[in-house]
Design a protein around this ligand. Structure first.
Ligand code: FAQ
Length: 329
């Protein structure tokens, strides 16, 4: 049902003529807040931007299962284990909605997966960091899902209908994820000194990578201006990062945790928190594949893909049999 865009593949060809009239009409629809649907005419570059962003988003959800999956067998109670399993399954679901949404643009699931496994497609930098303690599971929910929500709520108003609609359910689930992370950290904050130290050490490892999730600063964000004009993005990377810092600092205070940034302070004049410079060299190294866990993450995805070959083969055989039966009936 999601592959209706495949018959429009020729339109992704940059050489396909795009008249001024078509471009003006398209922009007017976007400006009027009309949703663009899969069968509608769209500029090739709009389609490509969406395929890039949505597929990278889908890959992030799938790779994002790995750091938390690492703790399913070690969750401290049965209740925490059941919650964590549900959360990790939710991430798989998010990946599937997003792949389906990208497929409406004329790219196949196989192509997208191939781009991930061959290292040609990016996924969020944050999932290249290790989960060393149980507090890291709290930190992923609180900070990583918290940052994801801040970035993704505006995507519910994205101009492309299938992406916007997928984001509505994803955001509802991400809110639950954020709260379960915060709940883990509240429990640890009421625990022993060792548990509080574990949370603080975890925050020190995750704070800066969480801020990097929003992408490069506005001056270096090559896609932002066009994506905002097309109403794919509604806020710039720096605007969202600032909103995230503003809501998260009081939460850290509630948890009794100290954010590892000597430059962090409330600015009365701007009504926002000032914060220190992000280590962009670290960010770009992670994007280049040199983060602490890049190789491990891709290795795990490649193995999962190879291990699942028999399932794909069985599904194809079943589909062929069903087709034969239908033809014979
Ligand atoms: N990591 O010009 P911009 C989650 C790339 S889901 C890696 O600013 P844009 C749920 C960017 O792709 C988290 N690469 O790009 C969860 C571009 O490269 P390209 C994922 C990054 O697209 C929670 C280049 O840098 N969320 O957490 C990153 O306008 C817990 C230039 O950047 C989404 O994907 C990065 N952090 O803005 C799951 C949301 N930042 O393609 C499990 C949708 C930038 O030219 C557990 N995506 N790059 O080679 C977006 O909103 C945007 O794509 C941005 C980047 C904001 C990520």
């Amino acid at each position: 049902m999601y592959t209706q865009g495949l018959d429009q593949k020729q339109k992704t060809d940059k050489s396909a003529a795009e008249s001024e009239e078509q471009l003006v009409h398209f922009q007017a629809r976007v400006d009027a807040e009309e949703k663009i649907e899969a069968k509608d005419w769209m500029p090739a570059a709009y389609r490509q931007t969406l395929v890039r962003q949505i597929s990278q988003h889908a890959h992030s959800e799938i790779v994002g299962m790995l750091p938390e999956g690492n703790w399913i067998t070690r969750a401290p109670t049965l209740r925490r284990k059941a919650i964590l399993m549900a959360k990790v399954q939710d991430e798989a679901g998010h990946g599937l909605y997003l792949y389906s949404s990208a497929e409406t643009l004329g790219v196949s699931r196989d192509e997208m997966v191939d781009q991930l496994l061959t290292g040609r497609a990016k996924y969020s930098s944050i999932f290249n960091y290790p989960t060393l303690s149980w507090a890291d599971i709290g930190m992923i929910g609180w900070l990583v899902d918290g940052a994801a929500i801040m970035n993704q709520i505006p995507l519910c108003r994205c101009s492309y209908g299938p992406y916007a609609r997928a984001m509505v359910r994803i955001c509802k689930e991400e809110s639950f994820h954020q709260r379960q992370g915060f709940d883990i950290l509240v429990s640890l904050s009421k625990g022993s000194d060792a548990q509080r130290r574990m949370s603080q050490a975890s925050l020190e490892r995750w704070w800066w990578p969480a801020l990097m999730m929003f992408g490069p600063g506005d001056a270096d964000s090559k896609h932002s201006a066009q994506s905002m004009a097309w109403k794919i993005k509604r806020f710039s990377n720096d605007e969202l990062r600032q909103k995230f810092v503003d809501v998260t600092v009081p939460q850290a205070e509630h948890l009794g945790l100290k954010i590892p940034d000597p430059d962090l302070r409330w600015n009365e004049e701007t009504g926002h928190y000032d914060f220190g410079e992000i280590d962009w060299e670290e960010f770009y190294q992670v994007l280049k594949g040199n983060g602490p866990c890049n190789r491990e993450r891709l290795g795990a995805r490649r193995k999962a893909h190879a291990d699942g070959a028999w399932v794909r083969e069985a599904a194809r055989a079943y589909a062929a049999k069903a087709k034969d039966r239908q033809a014979a009936a």
